[in-house]
Design a binder for this molecule. Structure first.
Ligand SMILES: Nc1ncnc2c1ncn2[C@@H]1O[C@H](COP(=O)(O)OP(=O)(O)O)[C@@H](O)[C@H]1O
Ligand SMILES: [Mg+2]
Length: 252
C-alpha cells in the first residue's frame, strides 16, 4: 500500500501551495514514485505544478454517462474507461498527477464509479506515496484511500477562523471513518512567533503545530508568471519551511 499524505483546510488558506511544495520536496529527496491527486473540484494543483490539465476523472464519468453506447467497438466498457483514466494521468519525471475534477451530477453512477474507483485503486498501488490535495469535506479522501491516511496536514492561514475550520475537520475525521496515523496543523503565511490567542485556540484543538510557512513573495511572482512551483529556488523561504516540515513529518 502506498503511504498517503493528505491536505485539508478551508478554501484559500494555502493547501494547494503546501501540497505542491511537498511534492517538490518528495522529488528532491527522491522518495520514489509519487502520485499527486487533485481531489478538490475547485482546485488547481495541476496549475501550480505547471500543467494544462485536459481530462479529469469527473469528465470521463460525465462523458460516459452522457453516451454509454459510445464505447468503441471491440472494447468492453471496463477497458474503455481504464484506457481513458490512463490517458488522463499526467506524467512528470518527479510525479504523476491525477485530477478528480467535478463531482457527479444526478443519476445512477454506481457502475461507472465502481469501475473508476477500482481502477484508480489499482493504479495507486504502483506508487510509494500518494499526495492528496482535498476539498474541505474530504469525501474523496475516505473513498480514495480505503480510509488509511499516514499523514494529514490541516492547513490554516494565520486567523482564528482558519483554526476553527481545522477544528471542525478534525472532529469530522471519526464520522468519515478515516484512520489517520499522524496529524499536524500547518500555518500558512504565519509570523515567526504565533500570538497568544492563536496558540490558546491551538491548545484547545489539541493538535501540534507541524510548521509555519512564511509569507513568500516568490509564490505571487510564480503565480503571475504561471510557473510551476516545482521550479522555485531551493532557498525560497516557503521551500525551506516545507523541507523542515517534511524532515520531521514525512512517513517512512
Ligand atoms: N506562504 C505563502 N506566501 C505567499 N502566498 C501564499 C502562501 N501560501 C499561499 N499563498 C497564495 O495564496 C493563494 C491561495 O493559496 P492556495 O494554495 O491555492 O490555497 P487553497 O488550496 O487552500 O485554496 C494563492 O494565490 C497562493 O499563491
Ligand atoms: Mg486548493
Amino acid at each position: 500500500m502506498s503511504k498517503v499524505i493528505a491536505f485539508a483546510g478551508k478554501g484559500g488558506v494555502g493547501k494547494t501551495t503546501v501540497a505542491s511544495l511537498v511534492i517538490r520536496y518528495m522529488g528532491k529527496v527522491d522518495k520514489g514514485p509519487i502520485l499527486a491527486v487533485d481531489a478538490d473540484p475547485n482546485s488547481n494543483l495541476g496549475e501550480t505544478l505547471g500543467h494544462d490539465v485536459i481530462s479529469t476523472i469527473g469528465d470521463i464519468r460525465e462523458n460516459y454517462m452522457k453516451d454509454p453506447q459510445g464505447v468503441p467497438s471491440g472494447m468492453d466498457k471496463v477497458n474503455y474507461l481504464e484506457t481513458l483514466v490512463e490517458q488522463a494521468l499526467v506524467e512528470h519525471p518527479a510525479y504523476d498527477l491525477l485530477v478528480m475534477g467535478r463531482q457527479e451530477g444526478q443519476g445512477c453512477y454506481c457502475m461507472v464509479n465502481n469501475i473508476l474507483n477500482s481502477f484508480t485503486d489499482k493504479l495507486s498501488a504502483h506508487y510509494k506515496y500518494m499526495v492528496v490535495d482535498n476539498e474541505a469535506g474530504m469525501e474523496h479522501l475516505s473513498r480514495r484511500t480505503s480510509g488509511e491516511v499516514d499523514m494529514l496536514f490541516l492547513v490554516t492561514d494565520y486567523s482564528l477562523r482558519g483554526l476553527r475550520a481545522v477544528s471542525r475537520i478534525n472532529s469530522m475525521l471519526e464520522s468519515l471513518k478515516l484512520n489517520v496515523k499522524n496529524i499536524a496543523i500547518v500555518v500558512s503565511r504565519g509570523p515567526e512567533t504565533l500570538s497568544e490567542p492563536f496558540m490558546k485556540e491551538v491548545e484547545e484543538i489539541g493538535l501540534p503545530i507541524g510548521g509555519i510557512i512564511p509569507n513568500d513573495p516568490a509564490l505571487l511572482e510564480f503565480d503571475m508568471e504561471q510557473r510551476s512551483l516545482i521550479e522555485l529556488p531551493d532557498d525560497s523561504i516557503s521551500v525551506t519551511a516545507v523541507h523542515k516540515l517534511m524532515d520531521e513529518y514525512c512517513p517512512n
